[in-house]
Design a protein. Sequence first.
Length: 135
Amino acid sequence: MILLDSSFLIAYHNTRDIHHAAAARAMAPLVAGRWGRAVLLEYVFLEVVTLFLLRRGLAAALQVGSVLLGAREIDFEPCSDHFAETLATFRTQEAERLSFVDAAIVAAARRGPGRVVATFDRGFRGLEGVTVVPE
């Protein structure tokens, strides 16, 4: 399983993003299943479409949202059932570097097989039980 972070998805869908080329290179093995099924948490989806709305407008947000929800390679995971676990992860972090959304990703990574996160967010690097791609 590989969890998708908003920084990775935004970089992939925004050709002007500094990390776009790295995200595009990582997408081929991701789609091929190198790390197992891709998982998109509800919180991450909300973050991505909101950022596209603010930066590129409603049409871009709707387009990216449609692509994400329609991708056969991505499993969408609602977050309501995992709220308490996410809150516990957020509360007990040591370095105060995770947003609540990032805490949800870490909690999901730690409970699932693979424990891989596709991200450019440095806050994930060095966390116990989490492998970050692209490197």
